[in-house]
Each structure stands twice: as C-alpha cells, then as structure tokens.
Design a protein around this ligand. Sequence first.
Ligand SMILES: [Zn+2]
Length: 309
Amino acid sequence: MQTTIRSAITFQGVGLHSGRPARLTIRPASAEHGIWFKRTDIRLGDTLVPARWDAVEITPLCTRIVNRAGAQVSTIEHVMAALAGCGVHNALVEIDGPEVPILDGSAAPFVRGILSRGVRALTAPVRAIEVLEPVEVTTAAGWARLSPARPGQGLTMQFHIDFPDAAIGTQDKGLNLANGAFVRELCDSRTFCRQSDVDTMQANGLALGGTYENAVVVDGDQVLSPGGLRHADEAVRHKMLDALGDLYTAGAPILGHYEGHKAGHAITNMLLQELFAKPGAFRLRACDDITAAQLPGVGVAREEIPAVA
Ligand SMILES: [Zn+2]
C-alpha cells in the first residue's frame, strides 16, 4: 500500500548554499498525491513545486526544483532521500524560504523525525517504476547507468568516486536498498567538500551556510571537520544517499540497478530524462507483496539510525 507520514514534523536550520534560515514541515498527504513542496513565504502565484525530475533545474552543487511560476526550492536531495529511504510515498513539504535546511549535512535528522512520527498505510496500492531497458548518461564529469533489477531484488546501487585528496581517495560501495539498508548504512553520511573548493564556492555566493559541523571538509590527507569521519567511506555513502534522493524525483520507487561513476545531481537527473524519453525503457507497475517487500522503506527501524548522528 502507499503510505504517508502519520503526523506533521518541523525542522529548522540554515540552507547550505544560501545561508538563509528556513523552517521545513513535512505534512501527511493522501494517496496519489506524491511528494510536493510548497513555498509558504510566497504570497502571490503558484507556490506548489512538484519534487519531480521534469521540474529539476540543473545546477552544479545541489538539486533545485522550480515550477512554471518561478517558485523554487533548492537542496531537496537529503530530505528526498529520507522520504525514499523511509518509504513515504505521499507528503506535502512546506518551507518558508528558498533552500532546505542542511541540518547536520546528512539525512539522519530527517529520518529520525519521520520515524518519530511513523508511517501510515493508505488505501491505494504502491506503484513502482520498473526499468526494462538500460539507459546511460556520460559527461566529462562521470557517468551513470540504470539497468533492469537483479533477480528477486528491488533497487540496488553501485557507486565509485575518485578524488585527488587522500582523505577521500578512491571509494567503491555496492548496496541493496531493501530491508532498511538506507537507514543503517547511508542516512548519517554527510555532505563533503575540499577546502580548496570552499573559497571558490563562497566567492560565487555558494556554501554560505557551510560550516565544519554541517559538511565534512578535507584538505589533502586531513579531515578538517572536528570529530573526523562517521565512516571511513563516508563520502561514497553520501553520494549514494544523494543518488537515492535524486532518483526519488522519478515520482515513485524505482525497481532497477543504478551505477554511478563520479556521478552527481546533474547526471542522475539526465539519467531520469533518458529513461522517460526512451519508449519501452520502463513501465509503471503495481507492486505485488513480494516486490513491495523489496522497497527501501520496508524493514526500517528507528533503533537502527546510527548513534553518531
Ligand atoms: Zn548531498
């Protein structure tokens, strides 16, 4: 069955790039609603923005959605990952500013909040997007591919990154997102960047809300953020968290195998554009019990949110 959050929950913080404070409230929604954002600080015009791939505006460092009236919300990827990973199919996400609060840089605070309210089943069957034919996007930065699901599995991922800074270096991770794996393995991994990029970003009006507390900052073989890393491979885990959030802009859970090689928000969005543009590459399918049991939100437990977060 489709689900929604049991009751509303509010988060408060500053946006990573804008540095602006915002309050974000996840509210229950009915079946077939999907995930929508609403800008409560905008008084005139259409303030509802669909969290959907065709509303994504390609930007270098975050996932931004914008509606036809120009209302936009930036950096939606971590709260989207939390909704995907907790199996919330329908929600209205109200926000009183242009950017989702970064909180601790991971999705763990959103996950903790959602699971504290609980998830409620609705009366419509859950549908998933089943990948039938592989699609692939390659750019100068990297590549990503979506292929049909492996036998008996729902969504699986394989990710590779490779950074010149020895504190990150080369990292590979594969994961089956079933059985609450997102909450156990990915949700507490924080966004990261290189110290050398911080000055450039800030000169360009980005990362204005960034601190050593809400992002892992590395310089060569040093981790500058106090307390160090939450996982030795925290960076690749965070890239998988981002990918899960970005893939959720498909509008439904995906049944397929995702591979990312130095991929980021733009490549994952282009991948969804490819998938939906290619006839016969996918089908929307009502999930039977066996398939539904493989979806990322099933088997999620609050006690399994890592204690560090
Ligand atoms: Zn991220």
